[in-house]
Ligand binder design. Structure first.
Ligand code: SAH
Length: 410
């Protein structure tokens, strides 16, 4: 019999809606000397079964629910079924010509604590909870049954593991060591650079796939500015879309070098490209002083807000880059602007972008609401799985006079 955790009265509501997190304050009683990472049964104050979940002794989230059906005990067969469903759901994306896809997105795929990405012949996994960490070998053996041909690599170099009392951990779990850089087909069009051992996330920003392709629609004959370019994914699509010029800006020299190689690997024209190692905030200010103009600007910064505590400062950062972005945008041009801070809600992000346009004296219209790609789904029962928000905004002309600007600002 599995250990049982009993919830306080009224605390079962979120579990009944299949939200997977149970915080310590919701728990009325738990067995003495419960081992960290154990699979437990969650029971309501009336004695009803609610869910099975992984217990975390050190985290604020004491239990992460795995299964809400009493007859579906999370064991090896259960894991096999859940992982094969996750693979199945990504088949269409792979058939469309994507060699790099997210296969398991933690809570959103009902496997909290586990992220799994497929990169060609490699699977890369990241584990963020104690219970999943204990399951490492079980996961590997199930994955080998599901995809016998692939190698498995771990990228659990996640800060979140410290809250669970876990060390960061990377390395080969099965098969071959990945090469330093893989070029993998994206939407049957671009070869995306993926660095499985040292790149950001598990090797690439797969969540921006749809938005990179979307950017290409506005690139024909455009002067493109790709801010926070990383290894240049947006830029590659823009070159493919016929960009007149492309300026990639990033702080990381290694990422820019990779972006340069990726242009050649894709047989695109390096003569149209600039790779600038700079702080985007400084670069945008300098360009503004020079009176530079661009027809397409992409702003895809790293997470400015790690949680609600940093939200105010983060908002100022978003406002600054977006104002500068609008100031550099040519009339009729497009700004593609993003935030991957989960703590910042879409409505507030839109307000920040609207304020930035007013500050820049620009009339603008939203032509598309952008989000994370479909292999990074959002469980309706767990809205926290939505984090990436973007807006496509068109520059429709400048406010005529300062007084007009003030009127609009009110
Ligand atoms: N658009 C990319 C992902 C961007 S990730 C893609 O589609 O693949 C964010 C990038 O911002 C990282 O490469 C990081 O090096 C860079 N960065 C972070 N802060 C920066 C700053 N102040 N100025 C310039 N680059 C910055």
């Amino acid at each position: 019999m599995l250990p049982e955790l009993i919830l306080h009265e009224g605390r079962e509501k979120s579990l009944l809606r299949h939200h997977p997190w149970v915080f310590s304050r919701a728990i009325a009683s738990l067995p003495k000397s419960l081992p960290n990472g154990a699979v437990v049964r969650l029971i309501s104050s009336c004695g009803d079964f609610l869910a099975y979940g992984h217990y975390s002794a050190h985290s604020q989230i004491t239990v992460r629910a795995l299964s809400f059906e009493e007859n579906q005990l999370p064991d090896e067969d259960w894991l096999f079924a859940r992982l094969s469903e996750a693979f199945e759901r990504r088949r269409a994306l792979q058939r469309r010509g994507n060699e790099a896809v997210r296969v398991v997105d933690a809570e959103a795929d009902l496997l909290p604590g586990l992220t799994l990405d497929r990169y060609g012949d490699f699977l890369v996994m990241a584990i963020s909870s104690y219970g999943m960490d204990l399951w490492r070998q079980l996961i590997v053996s199930v994955l080998r049954r599901l995809c016998p041909e692939v190698s498995i690599y771990e990228r659990s170099d996640l800060k979140a593991r410290r809250k669970e009392g876990l060390e960061e951990r990377c390395g080969v779990l099965w098969g071959q060591e990945p090469p330093d850089c893989l070029y993998l087909k994206e939407e049957n069009t671009i070869l995306l650079p993926c660095n499985l051992k040292t790149g950001h996330k598990t090797g690439a920003y797969l969540d921006q796939r749809d938005n990179r392709r979307f950017a290409a629609d506005f690139a024909a004959q455009a002067r493109v500015l790709n801010c926070f370019s990383y290894t240049g994914g947006f830029g590659l699509w823009c070159l493919k879309g016929g960009a007149l010029s492309l300026t990639n800006v990033d702080l990381s020299r290694a990422a820019l070098e990779q972006a340069k190689s990726a242009v050649l690997e894709n047989h695109l024209d390096p003569g149209r490209c600039q790779f600038i190692k700079a702080d985007v905030f400084d670069f945008l200010r300098q360009e503004q002083q020079k009176g530079a103009r661009y027809d397409l600007i992409i702003l895809d910064p790293p997470k400015f807000a790690d949680g609600a505590a940093h939200l105010k400062r983060a908002c100022r950062g978003y406002q600054d880059i977006n104002r500068l972005g609008f100031e550099l945008l040519a009339e009729g041009g497009m700004l593609l602007t993003f935030s991957c801070s989960g703590a910042l809600e879409r409505a507030l992000f839109q307000k920040i972008v609207a304020d930035a346009a007013v500050d820049a004296g620009v009339c603008a219209q939203i032509t598309a609401h952008l989000s994370q790609a479909g292999d990074h789904p959002v469980a309706l029962s767990c809205p926290e799985s939505l984090y990436l928000k973007g807006l496509a905004v068109r520059h429709c002309g400048r406010f005529k006079a300062k007084t007009d600007r003030l009127l609009v600002a009110q």
